[in-house]
Design a protein around this ligand. Structure first.
Ligand code: HEC
Length: 375
């Protein structure tokens, strides 16, 4: 029998659920890691937002962070400089490899003019000696990330991420795709992680390597993201695709059925729309009438429900019955409501009468021809 590697359609649903949850957790964890990185590094260069400058400063350090840089850039020694131009020259030199030649040519004259009458071992042995290159270099070294610190972060990083990449990659291998492409996607995250970590150390000495740090970091994120998304897609969407299970005839039948259903559906929608347009006004009318009746009912119950029970003497009860009878005969049905009478004047118009006298008055105001004498 031909040997075949396992694919997502071969593994059980519980396994897929387990893998999916793992992949999603890793994905969310990665997003949190990105956010964490943003919060820790974004302000390094003094500007909000992540930039390549932030990364350079994180590993290489910056001229602002040297003792000399901070002393003249906003620090207590800045007023001693005669011009802003001089400050820029010193800061620019601090940001290069700080060669002795440039120092002798440009920096030393400035210091001699502005600083060395205090910073001179003969006068103030306790202050940094700014008369010699060696003395200046003592306060001029950028505070790069420390090697022990980087070593610590690196080993944690490599151990931790290797496991994540191993499991994510192991699941990803279940995917069906071009085998060369798959091999590349499996290798990339590991390679980029290694390059990323190594370039931290290189960036300590060569700030332009920050670009490699960013590029390899992004590469790792993207390739791991691709592995996660492709795996999830193939696990849940593609695995159930009928083309993996059906013969050509069966597929044909399936397609025909789908087309028929689509046609039926389309017809149903068209007819439904026509009927709807035809019936809509009727429905609308009934609806508004119903709504009005409901509102009216609510109105009447809330209006009269709480009234005390109607109490009448025998004689008045007789009168009331007669009046109600007369009104009903005239086409105005009357009902007891609360402590009064409710006269239905029209389909939606009701009149409430509170006393027997008012009921009599109402009766008298009706046109005589409407009244049918009680027989
Ligand atoms: C009037 C005397 C005087 C002049 C001029 C002077 N400094 Fe200073 N400098 C001091 C004193 C005093 C200290 C130590 C006290 C302090 O740190 O504030 C100091 C400290 C420093 C430090 C060490 C800061 C630290 O982080 O420990 C640096 C760097 C420095 N000065 C650079 C300069 C430079 C560059 C100039 C010329 C632009 C300059 N100073 C001019 C008196 C002076």
């Amino acid at each position: 029998m031909e040997k075949r590697c396992l694919r997502f359609q071969d593994i059980s649903i519980s396994e897929k659920m387990l893998y999916s949850l793992f992949l999603m957790t890793i994905g969310i964890g990665y997003l949190f890691a990105l956010t964490h990185m943003y919060y820790t590094h974004q302000m390094r260069d003094g500007q909000p937002g992540m930039s390549i400058q932030d990364v350079m400063i994180a590993y290489y350090g910056s001229q602002d962070q040297t003792r000399l840089g901070s002393a003249i850039n906003g620090g207590p020694m800045e007023p001693n400089l005669k011009s802003a131009d001089e400050k820029e020259k010193i800061l620019a030199w601090l940001n290069t490899d700080k060669s002795q030649t440039t120092f002798e040519q440009i920096i030393s004259p400035i210091l001699a003019k502005d600083c060395t009458y205090c910073h001179n071992p003969d006068i103030n042995p306790g202050l940094p000696n700014l008369t010699t290159y060696e003395g200046v270099m003592e306060v001029a070294s950028a505070k790069a990330a420390s090697i022990p610190g980087l070593v610590k972060v690196s080993h944690i990083h490599l151990f931790g991420i290797a496991f994540i990449l191993l499991f994510v990659g192991r699941i990803f291998i279940y995917c069906r795709m071009n085998i060369t492409l798959k091999r590349i996607i499996v290798v990339i995250p590991f390679l980029s992680m290694l390059i990323d970590t190594l370039s931290w150390f290189v960036t300590r000495n060569h700030p332009s390597f920050a670009y490699v740090v960013v590029a390899s970091g992004a590469m790792m994120g993207l390739s791991m993201g691709a592995q996660i998304l492709i795996s999830l897609y193939q696990m849940w969407v593609e695995t159930f695709h009928p083309k993996f299970y059906l013969s050509t005839e069966q597929l044909d039948l399936l397609n025909k059925t789908i087309t028929t259903l689509q046609k039926l559906g389309l017809r149903a929608i068209t007819n439904g729309k026509a009927y709807f347009l035809k019936l809509a006004p009727i429905f609308w009318q009934s609806f508004t009438v119903l709504a009005r009746q409901i509102v009216l009912n609510i109105f009447h119950t809330t209006q009269y429900f709480l009234h005390p029970k109607l109490t009448l003497s025998d004689a008045d009860q007789l009168k009331s019955t007669q009046y109600m009878q007369l009104l009903s005969n005239a086409g105005y049905p009357v009902f007891f409501a609360g402590n009064g009478w409710l006269i239905k004047e029209a389909a939606l118009t009701w009149q409430f009468i509170g006393t027997l006298d008012d009921l009599e008055g109402y009766l008298e105001r009706l046109p005589a021809k409407q009244l049918v004498p009680l027989g």
